[in-house]
Design a protein around this ligand. Structure first.
Ligand SMILES: Nc1ncnc2c1ncn2[C@@H]1O[C@H](COP(=O)(O)OP(=O)(O)OP(=O)(O)O)[C@@H](O)[C@H]1O
Ligand SMILES: [Mg+2]
Length: 255
């Protein structure tokens, strides 16, 4: 089982969209996949057509009561793609965790059974735009951390801070396994893209060759609650995610 998280304390960089569409890509390739939503905004489930109400059981209950993650898993409309959903109650857990013993190991404990039973080939974890305990819990279980980054100088300036956090939580043992995904890249912004490539040259080997381009269909598919692969006008975006998925499979040894 390979565990990949999508994390960046900057908001709106495409973390959730990548989780949903990368998860769909792998599930359609018969890689049994689970997406865990660690963001109180709870965008993963509705993005895959699953309704989650305030009182529905979710990752908040798992972390708070130290339950097995399997107890909250829902099937999505995509065969082979399951979701451990979240909702706004997770923000209350976040506050509780701040003062609890071994606060950063709660998710790890809840995942013991799916590790042992090899229930999934791939686990993808969506992070909130923050650096708090929910992100610490996620970094603790990640084999790989993908950092989606928009092509803007503010987004790039924040990268260094996120990398410091990552090194701090994992004491350096993820050092070979964090990678930057350039996302929401506008094809028309040629000059900006060139400047950004130049600014990121010191991270060159860490950047996925496949960029995720800004496409209206990605946003529209999210609104419709389906992945771009199932969206009628999503061909270009799904080709983009397929190319990205292939690169992920090869860099992270996912079969
Ligand atoms: N490549 C893209 N092209 C067009 N729209 C996109 C793309 N990626 C994301 N979006 C849209 O931008 C918004 C933010 O994207 P998303 O929710 O994936 O980011 P996020 O990093 O998860 O945000 P947050 O930090 O709030 O969790 C959403 O409305 C999404 O549909
Ligand atoms: Mg998100």
């Amino acid at each position: 089982m390979v565990t990949v998280c999508l994390a960046n304390h900057k908001g709106g960089t495409g973390k959730t969209s990548i989780c949903i569409n990368m998860g769909t890509y792998f599930a359609k390739k018969k890689v049994k996949t689970l997406i865990i939503d660690m963001d109180p905004q709870g965008h993963v489930a509705p993005g895959l057509g699953i309704d989650v109400g305030y009182n529905d059981r979710c990752i908040a209950d798992v972390l708070l009561n130290q339950e097995e993650i399997a107890s909250i898993v829902a099937n999505s409309s995509v065969k082979g793609l399951d979701v451990a959903p979240s909702n706004i109650r997770l923000s209350l857990v976040n506050e509780t965790l701040y003062n609890s013993f071994k606060r950063e190991r709660r998710l790890m404990k809840s995942m013991e059974k799916i590790y042992r039973d090899k229930t999934y080939d791939l686990v993808i974890i969506d992070c909130p735009p923050s650096l708090g305990p929910l992100v610490e819990n996620t970094l603790m279980v990640a084999d790989y951390c993908f950092i989606p980054c928009e092509p803007s100088s503010r987004s790039i300036d924040g990268l260094a801070d996120f990398i410091i956090k990552l090194k701090d939580v994992r004491e350096g043992d993820l050092d070979d396994r964090w990678l930057i995904v350039l996302s929401r890249v506008k094809k028309s912004a040629r000059l900006t893209n060139e400047v950004i490539d130049e600014k990121l040259s010191s991270y060159k080997d860490r950047i996925f060759k496949t960029k995720i381009f800004e496409r209206e269909s990605i946003n529209q598919a999210q609104i419709a609650g389906i992945p771009v692969f199932d969206f009628p006008r999503g061909q270009l975006a799904s080709d983009n995610f397929s190319k990205f998925g292939k690169e992920v499979a090869s860099r992270c040894h996912i079969k």
